[in-house]
Design a protein around this ligand. Structure first.
Ligand code: ADP
Ligand code: ZN
Length: 602
């Protein structure tokens, strides 16, 4: 097992659970693997596929995912192919021929093709195992339900002696059980690896309006000079308008949502994978097929509808294990809209509950990673030190008067107003509607002028969280004072609020290009890394990738490039000792890279 890991994949040791999972599969037992994105699931079935006789069948929901996996395997000298509707007939015939002749070790296949081939191709070849990738797609409780997946329940009837391994990065307890039931797994061995992704930083911005979001996003991207990332938006329109805003500011970006044609979507995806654009503004439609290992950041323009979706989306950053940053904008308007969607959905109580857990995350004033991990059933003893709450613990103050002003605004309008009108009243803003209703005559009108509207947004979110008022979703989102709110309003209790701190930690202040470059340089020197050499290596990688029409990260990952520029190997043997370079890549690329490094050293 270790030899294969070293020879084919270039790694020295297994990650936690990989070895145990591989052994279980080799013992022909059914297996369920839950591991976060980037955790290293693929190797768990790829190594048994290489060890066992016959061919491993890998079911995967997306053509782009299959393509990426097959390319990565071939780049390591492993015989793999994919059978799906994107191939033409003669390509598929060729794949079939290879499979029957026993040349292939891994065959990736779409669920439709799998079902169609059960009596044909699958009956003619020796199968070593079935791997069901993205197995949560089989469950209606999951968030990526695919009806084609359900029929795979018959695999075990047709092939009772062939082990099935189901793999997923997201599955709560119900979904987990559902996968086992639907696939009819026999006493499966279940492996749940830690869901922690310590290399992802977590940050939440509360109550920001559009203008502030835009400024924050531009600053953020400037601080991530040359690093690519994804901005997730709730609506198609928002992806378009955000992309326009970025283009105006000279940032190369693409748009991805289900309203575009397939070829438009493919273009965005391939431009992103090939580093032709820095940013993709996308709806949740974008992602499952993204195996790009060097996504360095993810921004959520809007609140996601569940922690699973959120975790899977931020999980697309930092798959290579290097540092990556995530940022979530949380606003009352999103919350109201999502609550409406959830209450109108078929699984109303589940979806409302999931949204509430997401809300708790966004409003947390304890370590956010602990909340995420506990959602996935993990408890930790310590705070993470890599989230905004840990880095910048909240300060509290007596906010009774602020709360009383807001609540009295609600009371004096007979609880017939929503958030926007309340803020207008508090701020003393005249608008036609408000004057029509006579709200400008209220005693509270203008009572909160000293507090900017955006801060009112924030305080109102806090008050909602503290339970001082509720939103009547079935009554035009009007605000209703609760009993504990009344206790504050009439002076029976005090209200403690969290200070709003909008000053960014110094290192995040907007920096000039020059400052950013200097920072990168000093980091590189500190890491004993040479920037010129790194850029030269990157150039060579790009040339080699272009010659083979492959994405650059399939040739060598960013991490490998960094390791090369630090250790500067000058023999092919030393080149092969770099983590992530196996025998095949050593022989194929060693000479070119070693020559470049030698030249550089001269
Ligand atoms: P997943 O499918 O779980 O999202 P992958 O299988 O794509 O994750 O693995 C993520 C990255 O981790 C890949 O670049 C892979 O080569 C790398 N990786 C996997 N196993 C190991 C290991 N034992 N040592 C070092 N890197 C590994
Ligand atoms: Zn933390």
């Amino acid at each position: 097992m270790l030899n294969i890991l070293k020879n084919h994949f270039g790694y020295e040791e297994f990650r936690p659970l990989q070895k145990e999972i591989i052994e279980t599969i080799l013992n022909k037992k059914d297996t369920l693997v839950l591991m976060p994105t980037g955790g290293g699931k693929s190797i768990c079935y790829q190594i048994p596929a290489l060890i066992n006789e016959g061919i491993a069948i890998i079911v995967s929901p997306l053509i782009s995912l299959m393509k990426d996996q097959v390319e990565a395997l071939k780049a390591n000298g492993i015989a793999a192919a994919a059978l799906n509707s994107s191939n033409n007939e003669s390509e598929n015939a060729e794949v079939r021929r290879q499979a029957i002749s026993g040349k292939l070790k891994l065959l990736y296949i779409s669920p439709e093709k799998l079902l169609a081939e059960i009596e044909y191709l699958l009956s003619d070849i020796q199968i070593s195992l079935f791997a069901i990738d993205e197995a949560h797609c089989i469950s209606q409780w999951g968030h990526d339900f695919r009806p084609e997946y359900i029929q795979m329940g018959i695999l075990h009837q047709k092939f009772p002696n062939i082990p099935i391994v189901a793999l997923t990065a997201t599955a709560d307890k119900i979904t987990r059980q559902d996968i086992i039931n639907q696939l009819h797994l026999h006493h499966p061995q279940i492996f749940i690896s830690s869901f922690d992704r310590p290399n992802l930083s977590l940050d939440v911005k509360r109550g920001y309006q559009q203008k502030e979001k835009h400024k924050t996003i531009l600053d953020f991207i400037e601080n991530h000079h040359n690093q690519c990332g994804i901005i997730y938006c709730m609506s198609r329109n928002k992806t378009e308008s955000t992309a326009q805003m970025l283009e105006k500011n000279g940032i190369k970006c693409g748009v991805y949502h289900a309203g575009l044609t397939i070829s438009e979507r493919n273009k965005t995806q391939s431009d992103f994978i090939n580093d032709k654009i820095q940013v993709v503004c996308a709806t949740i439609a974008f992602g499952m097929g993204i195996d790009k290992s060097n996504v360095r950041w993810v921004i959520h323009y809007n609140l996601p509808k569940s922690i699973e979706s959120f975790y899977q989306e931020i999980g697309r950053a930092g798959r290579d294990g290097s540092e990556a940053d995530t940022l979530l904008f949380y606003s009352l308007a999103d919350l109201i809209l999502l609550t409406k969607f959830a209450s109108e959905s078929a699984q109303q109580s589940t979806n409302t509950e999931k949204l509430q857990r997401m809300q708790q995350y966004a409003e947390a004033d304890i370590c956010r990673r602990r909340i995420l991990l506990s959602y996935f059933g993990e408890t930790t003893e310590t705070d993470c030190g890599n989230c905004d709450v840990c880095k910048n613990p909240p300060h509290r103050f007596d906010g009774t008067i602020i709360v009383q002003k807001a609540l009295s605004g609600i009371a004096r309008t007979n609880q017939q107003i929503g958030v926007r009108t309340l803020i207008d009243i508090l701020r003393g803003s005249f608008n036609a509607d408000l004057v029509d209703q006579g709200y400008d005559q209220l005693k509270t009108f203008g009572a909160g002028k000293d507090i900017p509207a955006r801060d009112w947004q924030d305080y109102l979110l806090q008050m909602l969280q503290l339970g001082y008022f509720e939103i009547a979703y079935n009554e035009k989102n009007h605000l209703k004072i609760t009993e504990s709110g009344a206790n504050i309003l009439y002076g029976r209790n005090k209200a403690i609020l969290v200070t709003i701190d909008r000053t960014e930690p110094i290192k995040k202040k907007r920096q000039s290009k020059k400052q950013v470059q200097e920072k990168e340089l000093s980091l590189a020197i500190q890491n004993n890394e040479n920037n010129d050499l790194f850029e030269a290596l990157r150039g060579l990688r790009k040339n080699l990738a272009d010659q083979e029409a492959l994405p650059a990260y399939i040739v060598l990952t960013d991490k490998v490039l960094h390791l090369l520029s630090m250790s500067q190997p000058t023999t092919i043997e030393d080149f092969g000792n770099i983590s992530g370079i196996g025998e095949y890549k050593k022989n194929k690329y060693g000479k070119d890279f070693v020559n470049l490094i030698k030249q550089y050293k001269k």
